[in-house]
Design a protein around this ligand. Structure first.
Ligand SMILES: [Zn+2]
Length: 305
């Protein structure tokens, strides 16, 4: 049971792995569990920052993605890792030769402790506003997830509350910072405020469509139902819309909040071993959505009476 529990725990807190079901297909879905010290340590392993493509850089820890997009008139940072990741992310930005005060926008995939945990401190270091979709605002402001978050429970660690400006973006809204143009895509269901971000990065005249796609895993507290839960009735529909959105988006390079969800470091190693290669990968967003669809189908089968 310990092995099963450990597997389950990892699947749960990592937000990425295929849903692991306890027992037979008719058993209730296994509830989300709090992270262990080992999980936190694994996510916090330092990572030397590196170029993804053009003006896009990986500045996160080894276990949690943070992406810096740069321009001559201001930079954008997506996701802040754990609360204790903020200093590593800040040091990585500085190590690349960029100034923290040139970061003009802080974006978020979803308002959980492992992707939004460092944002409050990064906001203090950069002075930049945070941009999220409306359901995430109260979480970042108060540090607590509402019951409409499927994982909201006493077991879900809080997010340090942000004290600076938080702006609301809507689905498909464009956001400009310097010469950077991003688009927000509503990809809810893992949380009600889940958001993916797209932009273009270029080297000479070769431009790639970059996609930072939010977690799509249907993980939840005990008793939550993805079909018609009173606290989040549209959870299933929202996830299905997220799959459709990511299947339709122009997607050359996919990055996910948990880098291992789509083997980022393996892809980096392959790229670096082949002269002239890029991270361009046909069908990556469709593959990612298909994994989400499979996890949701397994969840719904387990929820069935
Ligand atoms: Zn999450």
């Amino acid at each position: 049971m310990q092995t099963a529990a450990k597997t389950l725990l990892h699947a749960t807190v990592a937000c990425v792995a295929t849903l692991v079901l306890a027992g037979s297909a008719s058993a209730a879905p296994a509830p989300a569990q709090p992270p262990t010290a080992a999980d936190i340590a694994a996510w916090s392993v330092p990572q030397k920052p590196f170029k993804l493509y053009g003006n896009s850089w990986y500045v996160g820890t080894h276990g949690l993605s943070s992406i810096l997009i740069t321009s001559d008139y201001g930079h954008v940072l997506i996701d802040g890792g754990l609360p204790e990741s903020a200093q590593q992310i800040a040091a990585n930005i500085t190590a690349l030769g960029f100034k923290l005060t040139d970061v003009k926008a802080l974006l978020n995939s979803h308002a959980h402790f492992d992707h939004a945990g460092g944002l409050a401190q990064l906001q203090q270091l950069t002075g930049a506003p945070i941009y999220v979709r409306r359901p995430s605002e109260a979480v970042l402001r108060t540090g607590k997830s509402g019951r409409d978050d499927p994982q909201a429970s006493a077991a879900l660690p809080p997010v340090p509350p942000a004290k600076g400006q938080i702006w609301i973006v809507s689905d498909q809204q464009l956001l400009g910072v310097g010469s950077i143009r991003l688009q927000a895509l509503a990809t809810a269901g893992h949380t009600p405020g889940g958001t993916s971000w797209t932009w273009e990065s270029c080297e000479a005249s070769a431009c790639l469509k970059m996609v930072y796609a939010d977690s799509l895993t249907p993980l939840a507290r005990a008793g939550f139902r993805y079909t018609g839960d009173k606290d989040y009735p549209s959870a299933k529909a929202d996830l299905e819309q997220a799959f459709a959105t990511l299947e339709a988006v122009s997607c050359d390079v996919l990055i996910t909040p948990h880098p291992e969800a789509m083997q980022l470091f393996e892809r980096i190693a392959a790229r670096d071993a082949a002269p002239g290669a890029t991270l361009k990968q046909d069908g990556a967003c469709k593959t990612y959505a298909a994994k989400g669809r499979a996890a949701l189908a397994a969840r719904l089968a387990a929820e069935a009476p």
